[in-house]
Design a protein around this ligand. Structure first.
Ligand SMILES: Cc1cc2nc3c(=O)[nH]c(=O)nc-3n(C[C@H](O)[C@H](O)[C@H](O)COP(=O)(O)OP(=O)(O)OC[C@H]3O[C@@H](n4cnc5c(N)ncnc54)[C@H](O)[C@@H]3O)c2cc1C
Length: 483
């Protein structure tokens, strides 16, 4: 098949999937008001793969069929490959203002990392290696949209999976048959699950004691698998005029909990199981982070560029752009754009070939810096939106259509800015409110803090994995201390 169109992606979602929004079982996610807009936004990304203006940036020729396939499946072997992967992700992220964290290129990067390190899975069995490679090719050639769900239900974090009072609370194996593994339990969070083709799961954090072997499982199955329920949070989609909710009208990618009620995972979809050491070390052993963090930092760059642009326009709109305190805030915002850009460039500059597979991996440390700083940067940017927007964020008509109503002349007069007409200023400030004040905006602040895991753990890992001796030895030498 090769790279899909938006219509092909959308048609693929009309299946037997069990998606719940409150007490409603959603019949068709492609038409339901809570999901339709996000499905359309993702479909737009797929359509771009067929647009001559973007095709060569978004696709490359399949090594098996020669047809165009998504560039996020490319195993990078040169620096140019890495740059092309970044360009691909940036183009998609720019279209969604960086608001769709789980666009297909994110999990394609993870799957591609597994394929490049398929030998890791051979440690479980030669079949597992083949399953990973077969699935990677299947996903690439059919351009599937994957989501993933890794974390155990947030019930009692003081106990491990096996110690919870219900042994089937955390997702684990309950039976092993000739067809595959039967699994029971729940995982959170599965962003985009209602409109993903397939769902991938493994335990995160990847800490597993010997007693947790039943929970040591890495697999991918269709979202429409019998027994799998997708329980959605409240929808933050705001149907209606995009001027009123420019982001939440289009990009609510939805978060959900995945409940597995004795779901069969066929053997071809089981990549690792029961080996706590192999599953526990898979995260680092298959070098997932390098390529996924390359994608997530690219998306973050797109998003903070967008927020910085919004901040700058807001300051100009009310004529405070030259005030020292505002200039300082804008300079700080610009520095965040530069930090994340530098993270990406440094990671690419320091990329190294892994001799075991000949693939090129961007340096992990700078990418982890981006992941450690994202949770700090984004809330700071949100604070700046509130600071610069101030009361203007509340000085907005209930609906943009009011400009055509009886109060229109009042709005034209009192809602205008220093140099922009009222309609443009209202559009801009409604965008700012959607970024910072709406339920959609709050969710994004939370997303940037937690999407890659506990931010304090990520930050701590920077010291833990650092070549600290390089620095401490200098201090020791300076002071004349012993080695
Ligand atoms: C909007 C959003 C979308 C997401 N999308 C996805 C997704 O698509 N797929 C996916 O797999 N996951 C997703 N996640 C989940 C994300 O991986 C987790 O939120 C993250 O790993 C943190 O886990 P938790 O939320 O369960 O927090 P918890 O682990 O319950 O932590 C809660 C608090 O307790 C602290 N804490 C917990 N354990 C310890 C400890 N041992 N020592 C000290 N402090 C501790 C934490 O620092 C934190 O402050 C998403 C999260 C968000 C917010």
């Amino acid at each position: 098949m090769g790279a899909r169109t938006g219509a092909e992606f959308t048609a693929g979602l009309r299946d037997q999937r069990e998606v719940w929004l409150g007490n409603e079982r959603v019949e068709d996610v492609t038409t339901h008001p809570a999901f339709r807009a996000a499905v359309e936004s993702i479909a737009q990304l797929y359509d771009m793969q067929h647009d001559p203006a973007y095709r060569d940036t978004l696709c490359y020729p399949s090594p098996t069929s020669g047809k165009p396939v998504g560039l996020s499946f490319l195993i990078p072997r040169t620096r140019d490959d890495l740059v092309r992967r970044r360009a691909m992700s940036k183009v998609w992220a720019d279209v969604t203002c960086g608001m769709m964290g789980r666009s297909a290129d994110f999990l394609n990067a993870m799957l591609t990392a597994w394929a490049a390190k398929a030998d890791y899975f051979a440690r479980q069995s030669p079949e597992c290696r083949e399953r990973v490679l077969d699935y990677y090719e299947h996903c690439r050639e059919n351009d599937l949209f994957l989501t993933h769900t890794l974390v155990d239900p947030q019930v009692d974090r003081s106990k491990n999976r096996a110690e919870q009072d219900d042994p089937h609370q955390c997702l684990g194996i309950v039976d092993e048959t000739a067809e595959g593994l039967v699994i029971r339990g729940a995982k959170m969070i599965a962003t985009a699950a209602p409109f993903a083709d397939e769902i991938l799961a493994w335990p995160f954090p990847p800490t597993l004691t010997a007693a947790e072997s039943a929970y040591a499982i890495v697999f991918i199955i269709p979202v429409a698998s019998p027994g799998l329920k997708i329980l959605c949070r409240e929808s933050f989609t705001r149907p209606g005029a995009v001027e009123d909710h420019p982001l939440s009208a289009r990009f609510d990618e939805m978060d959900a909990v995945a409940v597995f009620d004795d779901v069969l995972v066929p053997w071809p979809r089981v990549f690792l199981h029961k080996d706590v050491k192999l599953v526990g070390q898979m995260y680092t052993g298959t070098r997932i982070r390098e390529w996924t963090a390359h994608q997530t930092n690219t998306r973050l760059l797109s998003k903070i560029e967008f927020v910085y642009g919004t901040l700058s326009l807001m300051a100009e709109a009310i004529g405070v752009q030259d005030k020292p305190v505002v200039l300082e805030a804008l300079g700080e915002a610009a520095s965040y754009v530069e930090i994340i850009k530098s993270v990406l460039l440094a990671a690419e500059h320091e990329a190294e070939i892994d001799p075991s597979n000949g693939a090129l991996y961007p340096a992990l440390a700078p990418l982890q810096v981006g992941r450690a700083w994202g949770p700090r940067i984004y809330p700071r940017l949100m604070a700046m939106l509130r600071r610069i927007g101030a009361g203007g964020l509340m000085q907005l008509p209930a609906t943009f259509s009011s400009f055509d109503g009886p109060t229109g002349p009042d709005l034209e007069k009192y809602y205008r800015g220093a140099h922009i007409p009222a309609q443009d200023k209202v559009r801009l400030f409604k965008l700012a409110w959607d970024l910072v004040g709406s339920d959609f905006g709050s969710r994004h602040e939370l997303y940037e803090m937690f999407y890659a895991g506990d931010p304090s753990m990520i930050t701590a890992s920077l010291h833990r994995d650092f070549d600290t001796a390089r620095c401490t030895n200098r201090v020791k030498a300076f002071l004349g201390l012993g080695e």
